[in-house]
Ligand binder design. Structure first.
Ligand SMILES: Nc1ncnc2c1ncn2[C@@H]1O[C@H](COP(=O)(O)OP(=O)(O)O)[C@@H](O)[C@H]1O
Ligand SMILES: [Mg+2]
Length: 285
């Protein structure tokens, strides 16, 4: 184990609104630097809760456990600091931010990321002459990554996610990932709401971003995304625990058999169903 790995130990998490009701009931998971892990699970199994807990979403409380990353106990840091440490979450349900253009948003995020965990007071990331990304370099970077994701450049001038289609929202999440170059990327159901062509473009974009310095947690209900992004490990999350882990063959088995047999093997027969319609869970309420 190196401090470059993401290490999750016995993580228990509850919603802040119902702190006695644990959603995650002891997650143990290590993502070695540069590895791609898939987390699959039925709706309501706690996948998004895990993603939010790792990023520090205020709607969730950590009941116990620890998460180690780059020599820090991540759980003690603000969401902002986690992002500065190279953690990135692509949201399942990206929010609109009326009034903030995509370009301004990306530029501020890049500058925050570049200024590091403990920003140097002599550096002003909003100023290109004092450490901020120069405008020319920024434009070139965004243009290049938009081309990778086959995005229309006019999106840069629009407000973040305002009036975006489902596919555009997911691509904007991937654009953020591409420009921020995280070391740990969590993709929460990035495949949902994408038709097959958009899925392929997004998956190819992610593949082009993969590098030995970036670990990835691909959260997905379906195995189809894993036809494009090959995971090193696949984990099945059900009823707040990882009930099975394996290689890509585990994802293929889930596709062939559905979740029921694996859940039954884990003693969860009848506790979890795998045929629910996807439900949008708003974390904020
Ligand atoms: N903020 C919250 N408040 C109350 N219940 C929540 C909250 N977030 C999630 N839950 C509940 O926890 C369970 C797991 O949700 P979630 O992590 O979104 O699952 P998944 O992403 O696997 O579909 C669901 O039963 C959901 O209703
Ligand atoms: Mg979810």
């Amino acid at each position: 184990m190196s401090d470059q790995d993401l290490v999750i130990r016995d993580l228990h998490v509850a919603p802040a609104a119902k702190p006695d009701h644990e959603i995650l009931k002891g997650i143990d998971l290590t993502v070695v630097k540069g590895e791609v892990h898939a987390i699959m699970g039925p709706n309501g199994s706690g996948k998004t809760t895990l993603a939010y807990a790792l990023m520090g979403h205020p709607a969730y409380v950590i009941k116990s456990g620890e998460v180690l990353w780059h020599g820090h106990n991540l759980l003690k840091l603000s969401a902002d600091k986690r992002a500065r440490l190279g953690m990135f979450l692509a949201f399942q349900y990206p929010m609109a931010i009326p009034g903030l253009s995509v370009a301004s948003f990306l530029r501020s995020a890049i500058n925050a990321r570049r200024s590091g965990l403990n920003p140097d007071p002599t550096i002003d990331p909003t100023d290109a002459f004092k450490g901020g990304i120069p405008m020319g370099e920024f434009r070139k970077l965004v243009k290049e990554k938009m081309a990778l994701l086959k995005m229309d450049e006019s999106i840069a001038a629009r407000y973040v996610n305002e009036g975006f289609s489902g596919g555009e929202k997911k691509r904007l999440e991937m654009l953020q990932m591409a420009v921020l170059q995280p070391e740990m990327a969590i993709l929460d159901e990035t495949d949902s709401g994408l038709d097959i062509d958009a899925l392929r473009i997004v998956a190819e974009g992610v593949n082009a971003m993969l590098n030995p310095n970036m670990g990835v947690l691909v959260i997905t209900h379906y195995q189809r995304l894993l036809n494009y992004i090959t995971p090193d490990r696949v984990h099945v999350l059900a009823a707040g625990r990882i009930v099975a882990s394996g290689g890509k063959d585990l994802a293929l088995r889930l596709e062939a058999e559905g979740y029921a047999p694996i859940l039954a093997e884990a003693g969860l027969e009848g506790v979890v169903t795998d045929d629910e319609e996807p439900v949008a869970v708003e974390a904020a309420h």
